[in-house]
Design a protein around this ligand. Sequence first.
Ligand code: GLU
Length: 306
Amino acid sequence: MNIDYQSCITEIYNETRSLIGQGKVANYIPALAEVNPECYGIAIATLTGEIYKIGNADIEFSIQSISKVFLFARVFKVLGDELWTRVDREPSGSAFNSLVQLESENGIPRNPFINAGALVATDCLLSFCKNPIEDILYFARNLADNQKIHYDSRIVNSERATGFRNAALVNFMKSFGNIHNDIDSILDAYFHQCGIMMNCVDLAKSFLFLVNGGINSFNDEQILTRSQTKRANALMQTCGFYDESGEFAFCVGLPGKSGVGGGIVAIIPGLLAICVWAPELNSHGNSLVGMRALELFTTKTGISIF
Ligand code: GLU
């Protein structure tokens, strides 16, 4: 397959720019509300080491829930299948911060990519890791091969100041016995994860291990086994886009993960990772332009996992 990726993303970028203005930047904290809504970048990182990019692909942004993939990989690597005693692997069909299912499902979150699931995964991380805040940041840096990736303390502090629902989720799960560590420490680590700053190039590179059977091609470390990688990608496919995961699978046909900072990363196993950032969101909390850009990407290239 000989695809000119640079021309492809340039075409997509030009065709989709007119959609800017139709979504809404996340506004639950000032640090996200102040982002320039016209920012738009796309980057592709291939397994063979090429980078293609256009627009604001080098501007860092708050990765928000995309960090849930790093957290999941870090914890799954250590706990293996034991993780499934604490969190399920079904799509939730509910909003990312929903409490409703937890009541009838005995404090077991539907999957690791909704807030409740990530809070349990953070609890697991705290059980085996002395410095969880440092640990996840280093993990992301190694995956992206960029030691400059950092936390934005303003975002972290705002997440903390407004994180009442996350506090409710973690307390509720504790009442079912599904939280083992100190609640404030779990929330602190979780809020930090939301405040990791990366750009499109970093994010595309950091997902390459999922393209590559679980191996970080920058240092040859086996992050996940091939079988675990298959499971991580299946989870992204079914649960990576809040209550719009079905729509993303239908329109794009790739495993991926979004965040309310407006980033989306998607992968084609064995080939490449692609990140789109456009901060305006649709009503489900996914980047409006990003969804369309990725739909065009699989349509124009003719590649998807289906
Ligand atoms: N920071 C958000 C929260 O925990 C998560 C954002 C996201 O889903 O991207 O409420």
